[in-house]
Design a protein. Structure first.
Length: 188
């Protein structure tokens, strides 16, 4: 089995639990149920299921084995997340298979860029402009890829590059995002 990105594993778990929720909202899935179709491994479950539980997206029934659970189901917050395609794709992008990225990695990279900008060593007007530019890029990339205005994206990326010229300012996801967007543009 190909190594899968944790967000892809979590997306699959949430999707399976959602499908079961629609069939019967009171029924829970066991680890065996989640492993049944072969898309997940036992190693995928332990850490990812507890992450989703800690985020209050699922409920767990714990058994005697502390690392494993007996059953799981979606919480109302989990249902709301899965039913909101934009937010679901943003938090758990579809199609990520490894730690490399492509077009499917863009939402994740944008969110990393938002965090990096938030912690950047800028203050005052410079900080406000940086955060506003990152939000502008985020809004543009929230559109479906076929509606992206590549000239706008390129312009905003060039603005953002100006902020990382200083020695204490790093935004590594900016470079990765540029690469993913260039690959996406080549596929057009």
């Amino acid at each position: 089995m190909v190594e899968r990105h944790p967000k892809a594993v979590r997306r699959r778990i949430l999707t399976m639990l959602y499908e079961r929720y629609l069939e019967n909202p009171l029924e829970m899935l066991s680890p065996t149920d989640l492993l049944e179709d072969g898309t997940l491994t036992r190693g995928d479950l332990a850490g990812n299921i507890h992450y989703l539980y800690d985020r209050k997206l699922i409920e767990l029934v714990m058994g005697y084995n502390p690392l494993m659970f007996s059953a799981a189901r979606l919480t109302p917050d989990g249902v709301d997340l899965v039913e909101n395609p934009y937010l679901f794709n943003l938090r758990f992008p579809d199609g990520i298979t490894g730690l490399e990225g492509g077009l499917e990695a863009v939402p994740l990279l944008v969110e990393q860029l938002v965090q990096e900008a938030d912690f950047a060593a800028h203050d005052g007007e410079n900080r406000r402009c940086l955060l506003r530019d990152v939000q502008y890029l985020r809004d543009e990339l929230a559109r479906p890829p076929h509606r992206w205005r590549h000239h706008v994206i390129a312009t905003v990326l060039s603005w953002l590059e100006e902020y990382v010229k200083g020695p204490d300012t790093e935004m590594p996801s900016l470079v990765e995002l540029k690469g993913a967007l260039e690959r996406a543009r080549e596929l057009d």
